[in-house]
Ligand binder design. Structure first.
Ligand SMILES: [Ca+2]
Ligand SMILES: [Ca+2]
Ligand SMILES: [Ca+2]
Ligand SMILES: [Ca+2]
Length: 321
């Protein structure tokens, strides 16, 4: 009885906060009242509903005081016979949707509000809530709830990711993607990023399409972090990050600096994880063999409490993942 009461209060608190997410002032007071109610219940009745539920609520209901940072990654020089073909930048700790920006504490591609919603009933602090080897993102992409994932096949190796695309081989089996190829459909977007951004890793055409008819192709939206199925508002465009690649000559080699501006950061206790994925093409030694494309990841963690408009400088060689 008490447990169900606590759970109901928590959920209703989250729903209230979600509905006021666009207003800094109302979001603050709502979160304060919601947190107070849960605190009183916890102290009075000794509620033990969900682990970390109070922390979840507090992080999910933080008023949005959007800060942005600039990140400069310098001196990327592809080796002989290799050339840089494409790149992606993702803040794995946030999701931009519904004219707002939400924290994704566990970086599973599902923001805290959606993770904790009654629809999904997942834990916003755990990448794989039930520890079965399938991340919450993959469970969500398959259209399953927390309870329904008990139907999934047993995964006997929860760590192997042969092609390094961020999806384990077990997950790729369920998604029907190729666990030996980071870009199953060959559209240039890594399989995990397609799942995270709700495009189809089995459809080569979708990268060039403009699903929401807002003038930005799905590929462009993925590079900026905006949703592919919601026409971008002016507010969403202001939250989107901007990337620029500078090239320069170093002897005969072409090298690069990557500048990321307007990167939004939220006050996650584990910082904001900025993942840079570079796509390289390698020319084969033997004539007549097609070039091979490979992806490389670099991660910059922006610490909690960083000042607005900060500049972070790093060498690519110092942040290799
Ligand atoms: Ca999450
Ligand atoms: Ca793959
Ligand atoms: Ca695709
Ligand atoms: Ca679009």
């Amino acid at each position: 009885m008490l447990k169900s009461l606590c759970t109901r209060i928590e959920r209703e608190g989250l729903v209230i906060v979600q509905s006021n997410g666009g207003s800094v002032k109302s979001g603050f007071w709502t979160s304060l009242v919601s947190t107070f109610i849960v605190c009183v219940l916890t102290m009075t009745f000794g509620c033990t509903s969900r682990e970390n539920s109070l922390k979840d609520l507090m992080e999910a209901s933080q008023p949005i005081e959007l800060k942005t940072v600039t990140i400069k990654l310098s001196e990327y020089c592809p080796a002989d016979r290799k050339s840089l073909k494409n790149y992606f930048v993702t803040n794995e700790s946030v999701k931009i949707r519904q004219d707002n920006i939400y924290m994704d504490w566990d970086r599973d591609g599902i923001d805290n509000v959606l993770d904790s919603s009654t629809e999904l009933d997942l834990n916003s602090k755990i990448y794989d809530t039930n520890g079965d080897g399938y991340s919450d993102m993959v469970v969500y992409a398959l259209g399953l709830t927390y309870k329904q994932q008990a139907q999934l096949r047993y995964c006997d190796d929860v760590t192997t990711d042969f092609d390094g695309d961020g999806l384990t081989d077990c997950e790729e089996y369920l998604l029907h993607t190729n666990d030996k190829n980071w870009d199953t459909d060959g559209d240039g977007i890594p399989d995990k990023l397609e799942i995270r951004m709700s495009v189809n890793p089995l459809d080569v055409r979708d990268a060039a399409q403009d699903t929401d008819s807002d003038g930005l192709s799905n590929m462009e939206e993925i590079r900026r972090g905006t949703p592919i199925a919601e026409s971008n508002t002016e507010r969403m465009n202001k939250m989107a990050w901007v990337t620029e690649l500078e090239s320069y000559k170093n002897g005969n080699a072409t090298c690069y600096n990557l500048i990321i501006t307007n990167m939004p950061v939220l006050e996650a206790s584990n910082g904001n994880s900025i993942r840079v994925t570079l796509i390289e093409e390698e020319m084969p030694v033997a004539a007549g063999t097609p070039p091979v494309r490979k992806m490389k990841d670099f991660v910059v963690t922006v610490p909690r409490g960083i000042e607005d408009k900060s500049m972070i400088r790093n060498l690519f060689s110092d942040v290799a993942n």
